[in-house]
Design a binder for this molecule. Structure first.
Ligand SMILES: C[S@@+](CC[C@H](N)C(=O)[O-])C[C@H]1O[C@@H](n2cnc3c(N)ncnc32)[C@H](O)[C@@H]1O
Length: 252
């Protein structure tokens, strides 16, 4: 199993170049989230004007976690989705997992309703340390774009789900209109640079979001990869195709 990456200094390659290479990309992502961890929730609230909570709640509504289920929240970050799922699955378990120790430290430090149902496990999404068929449901919010190898992670998700298990992924979407896509990412580059400077004294921190979106083939590509791996899929594009829910069902 791969070792978890420690917090690093930013890799020497620029962000744009790093997004094209698996190892450099992970090193950038590790550096970035180590740097923003303590103010990650605040940054999300400001960037989305509080709406990220609503989008995550919609993810959980669609996932419909049931009492007694075993759920994996992949790349859980500071634990937003994990902690919302916890009271719904008791006496089952939700496992929040992430590669970044600083992000996980923030998650562990939060008061947890239904906390008896929460476990925190540091892990790389490319090599999940769980047995085949051990989860009823896997969720993932705003993280897939940053994975060095999304298809490898999808295979892991498929492996750890039981037959009939479901996978729900929420992320920014790539709008099919190139003009709308460019305008949206352009706005995020400008607002992200301002927010990164104010919150973290580094404009690059939030510019990662639109840059990684630019390097991401998008929700329709992800839907096709999920089908190749064996999921029955459904794709919901919302907010003028700025946000997408990729939903997959593993064959029973
Ligand atoms: C934008 S945050 C999303 C956090 C959380 N899911 C949320 O919605 O607030 C992306 C997360 O993906 C994690 N991540 C990036 N690469 C990863 C990998 N290879 N394995 C596991 N987690 C990873 C980062 O450490 C970070 O916490």
């Amino acid at each position: 199993m791969k070792q978890l990456s420690p917090a690093t200094t930013p890799p020497p390659s620029g962000l744009r170049a790093a997004l094209r290479h698996e190892d450099d990309k992970q090193a950038w992502v590790d550096w970035l989230f180590s740097r923003v961890a303590r103010r990650y929730d605040l940054g999300n609230d400001i960037m989305s004007l509080g709406w990220h909570t609503r989008w995550k709640e919609r993810l959980i509504e669609r996932a419909a976690p049931q009492p007694g289920e075993h759920v994996l929240d992949l790349a859980c970050g500071t634990g937003d989705v994990t902690l919302k799922i916890a009271p719904r699955v008791a006496p089952g378990v939700v496992v929040g997992t992430d590669i970044n120790p600083q992000m996980m430290a923030c998650a562990r430090g939060k008061p947890a309703p239904g906390s008896g149902s929460v476990r925190w496990v540091g892990a790389d999404a490319t090599y999940l340390p769980f047995a085949d068929g051990s989860f009823d449901l896997v969720t993932c919010a705003y993280a897939g774009r940053g994975f060095p190898d999304w298809p490898a992670t999808l295979r892991e998700v498929h492996r750890v789900l039981r037959p009939g298990g479901r996978f729900l992924n929420l992320d920014f979407a790539r709008p099919p209109s190139p003009a709308w896509d460019r305008a949206y990412r352009g706005w995020m580059i400008v607002s992200g640079a301002v927010l990164g400077t104010v919150l973290h004294k580094n404009p690059k921190t939030y510019v990662y979001i639109p840059m990684s979106m630019g390097a991401y083939p998008g929700q329709r590509w992800l839907d096709a990869r999920m089908r190749e791996i064996g999921f029955d899929t459904r794709l919901e594009e919302t907010l003028g195709c700025l946000m997408a829910y990729n939903i997959g069902l593993k064959a029973p």
